[in-house]
Design a protein around this ligand. Sequence first.
Ligand code: DGJ
Length: 740
Amino acid sequence: MFIRIAARFLFLACIAADIIPTHAAVQFDEARKVFRLDSPGVTYAFGINERGELQPLYWGAALSADDPIGPAKSDPGVTSQDPSTSTTPQEFAGWGQGLYTEPALKITFPDGNRDLVLHYVSHKIDGQTLTVLLKDIERSLFVILRYQMDADTGIIGRSALIENRGTVRIVVNSASAATWTLPPGSDYSVRYLAGRWGGEFLPYQQRIQPSETVLESRRGATGQQNNPWFAIARGDFADEESGGVWFGALAWSGSWRISIELDQIRQVRVTGGYNPFDFAYALAPGEHLETPVFYAGYSANGAGEASRLLHRFELAHILPQAPQPRPRPVLYNSWYATEFNVDEAGQIQLAEAAAKIGVERFVMDDGWFGQRVNDFAGLGDWYVNPKKFPNGLKPLIDKVHALHMDFGLWVEPEMVNPDSDLYRKHPDWVLNFPGRPRTEARQQLVLNLARPDVRQYVFHFLDTLLKENDISFLKWDYNRSWSEPGWPAIANAAQDGEQQKVYVKFTENLYSILAELRAKHPGIEIESCSSGGGRADLGIMHFTDQIWTSDDTDPFDRLRIQDGFTQAYSPGMMVAWVTGSPNWENHRTTSLEYRFLSAMQGALGVGDNLNNWTAEEFATATRLISEYKLVREAVQHGSLYRLLSPRDGSAFTATESVSLDKNQAVVFAFLHSSEMGYPFPILYVKGLDPEANYALTPIAGKPAEGTPQTASGRYWMQHGLEPELHGDFQAAAFRLDKTR
Ligand code: DGJ
């Protein structure tokens, strides 16, 4: 009997293997002129229509290999007001003929022609990568579209290379990486992340109406106002773990835009790339512009699965240490303890205290360089301040190493204070328009990193710093947005599309500095910080190992910020510190345990002044840091389930992280305020092996009376786990470990 069942099972598995590819497959159906990208979970298809345009055909759950898709046929159009050229969706539409939706590309030719119509020329399939060559119907303007699908997650990366093969200089007025077209329908909602300093990554959602929703940054960098990520659900995200969700993230850390349109034929199109606002990029004959990559995917199991797919993809393909990033060490950061008042003795004292509680990396923040005693001076002068560190950084670094921690240092390389030697010597190095005021923010100006000499200066000081000191980690800060983004020195400044190259070259140089530093100093790890989480995107994450999530370190506020951050980005790069209570900003008082449990859901750090701690606080921190080390693999690299979201003022929050091998789950539960004596909701944990047994160990707090110590995965998922939580700002955490 068993053999017969096993044989039948094997047979079914073989059939399944036949239809469901175990790797991403790219195919072109010559007869129908249809391209297909398939992963086990997702199918994406587009075709060449009778006009020669690339027309999207399908994006969603995987179809069978021989399911008929296409051929592509243009939409007939609605009326003379909405002709076929606008209602027919395209993979990458030039602005030309009659197009009233967002174009992916807009060009001005020197003779005044601004009409661009892109048609298919040829394609190439190279393993899992598809490239399609398009050309304007008359001019030598070519576009190479690139598609690459990840077999594991079904996430596709798309970008475009725009090439001027003509004989005259042209100007690119706007360039997107891709347009994503959803299945026809008008019952969609979009979720996006918005915020400000000290309140980043807050999720908002709204119905997609016939209009355009624009998510963007005009700030020169990613920004806190919007984050370049979106998720679109059929319906309204009613259930975290079910329903179709299409999602995407743009890998760009300069000004960006993602527009979401519901067009005249109820078709949702998402177009994203460089922000067209104030954008222009001249291309001389033979020159090209390559857009950033716009990644997108599909989840059949709600926003929860969409996040997990993105997290897995980031860990496997985006982060610099992909596919197996090292676990984030527990760090200590000096900022909230000493601010700018850093010196050798004070930092050594903090390092000694940090080592006692189990910290693995000691980071000295702002204040160690130039004439930096506050934020009015010193940025740009990257020499060690001789008064604060008369013997250089070596004594401190040696001490940190002797305490078995590695050493990290704060820098803000793209900025300068007008009160600095650097600015006095090179006032022309900042972004500016000659004769116009230079707007300061935090008493600083932005260096024009697009300039080769500035790039050289920044790289050289960082390289020297790393060569001369045993530094394992840089916290790379960036504390203001651009203003007056002029680049007066550039040749042909008067010509449209030359100065504005700053929007591209600045960020390209930032990436190249980071890449070169990593290549020359292979052990270095880097954190992206921008007054908190102002530079978090898949572009910077290719070069940095972690993100400083927010300057708002209040553990309750952080629950919402972290809920938003993890919609898009892995908890493995979400840095969260335990700071003092009452909180430095909102004055809320919380217990040390509550603060730890909130921060333990990401990459744990401590940022309080340890000199003020009691013996009891040291004991609590030591215990919880050692507990964290037992679960950090699951937290940082496992599957995250948002069991109860703090969105919309919920009094309850709970997350669960399950290790990829399902051997461990860790559950965190937070109660804002008990009301009417109701108990904390039962937590129906997810993702366990139903047949295995799991033992429950409280990390903090306790389960409700009668909770078994060991039960099956099925029990914990179906019967649930009830934490015993009452009062205000209370928290509990539990480990579930598979028993043998
Ligand atoms: C802003 C960062 O977010 C803080 O953590 C700190 O590093 C300060 N800058 C230092 O100036």
